[in-house]
Design a protein around this ligand. Sequence first.
Ligand SMILES: Cc1cc2nc3c(=O)[nH]c(=O)nc-3n(C[C@H](O)[C@H](O)[C@H](O)COP(=O)(O)OP(=O)(O)OC[C@H]3O[C@@H](n4cnc5c(N)ncnc54)[C@H](O)[C@@H]3O)c2cc1C
Length: 388
Amino acid sequence: MDDVWDVVIVGGGPAGSAAALRARQLRPDARVLLLDKAAFPRDKACGDGIAAHARVELATLGLPDLIADYRPTSRLSVVSPGGARVLATVARPNHVVPRKVFDARLVEAVRAAGVEVRHHRVRSVDARDGYVLVDGAIPARAVIAADGANSAVRRLAGIPASPDGHTAIAVRGYADVPADDDVQLIAMQREGWPAYAWSFPVGDGTANVGFGMLLPGLRATGLPGRAVLHGRLAELLPHLPARDLRAHHLPLSTGRPTPGAGRVLLAGDAGSFINPLTGEGIYYALLTGRLAAEAVMQYGEQGGHAQGPLRAYRRKLRKALGRHLLTTDVLAFASRSPGFIDAAIATAARRGDVFDLLVDVGLGAGTVPLPLAAAVVRRWLLDGVRRR
Ligand SMILES: Cc1cc2nc3c(=O)[nH]c(=O)nc-3n(C[C@H](O)[C@H](O)[C@H](O)COP(=O)(O)OP(=O)(O)OC[C@H]3O[C@@H](n4cnc5c(N)ncnc54)[C@H](O)[C@@H]3O)c2cc1C
């Protein structure tokens, strides 16, 4: 049996690594254990798109230069389901870094911060009086579940996963592109909407390409998932034949569960923190991992509270993401109508401030001011009248 750990973190992706780094930042002598079933470097199905907002989180965690050797990408092209187009320069550049590289660097930084990293698959989590027992032999004052979309810890804690209607599924691969291709492309598709393909050039002559849609939309085709996802990707990006195809589901924040139970807190995909408009999850993972660690460490400092660190975590989530998640909940609902997205993209093509705002909502923690929402709705309604 181990001595009691201050915090045990399950999963070494962005959420788990951020939690581990923050815990040691706040208390350099904290006993922090990170468990991952995979040995790093490991691959992860992802678009590899790292938003500017995520880089701010990396800087907060003491890693401002973690991906500085990758090319920044400022140009973003979006094609709406009805064919409205916008090509514009984002206010702050994004990066594209293969997850095999990004996550391995994060875990390396976690080790360097003095966290013990073990190659270990978690199979049981039991709440005991004043602590949590992981796999019968690892006692912890608190557990941060950062074990991804299929979170075993969430299941073991009795918290349900996002329902199917709030789950997307996406496939990603890699394709050859000219080394100077620096436009991030998002091409939406009306068929099976909401659905879109992307091409995110890395800067080394390859691009991460993929296609994603909602799970019920995929099921409605009645066809094998693989055939639909691979087929639509090839159809939407015929000039970019992809290799190393790999699919995974994305639990969207619209169906987020309660963020924990007792001394177990859910961060990143385990807590369904994925933007329902874009599929962005790395920024949320870094942010929620950090907040979970802050809740755990501050809870310890205050000598404990009857309701455990969960109360502090909820408060932090509400402060950092409350209004934003409400915004994306509403926009995700409105955008079930492709005409709404057509109107939003058409507005963004004319107005730089709207473009910047959409990027902020889709990739960060932005919110939409009421007058702007009204302008988009007005255009959506006018387009609807014109079509009649
Ligand atoms: C196809 C696709 C494209 C995407 N594109 C983007 C994009 O371009 N940009 C973006 O920001 N987001 C994107 N996302 C979302 C993004 O990948 C996730 O939101 C992000 O990886 C969440 O990080 P995480 O740390 O929560 O989980 P993960 O990165 O999934 O890490 C979870 C870790 O937990 C470990 N683990 C799992 N179970 C156990 C266990 N029982 N015991 C121990 N360890 C365990 C795993 O090995 C893994 O290392 C995409 C997702 C998909 C599927």
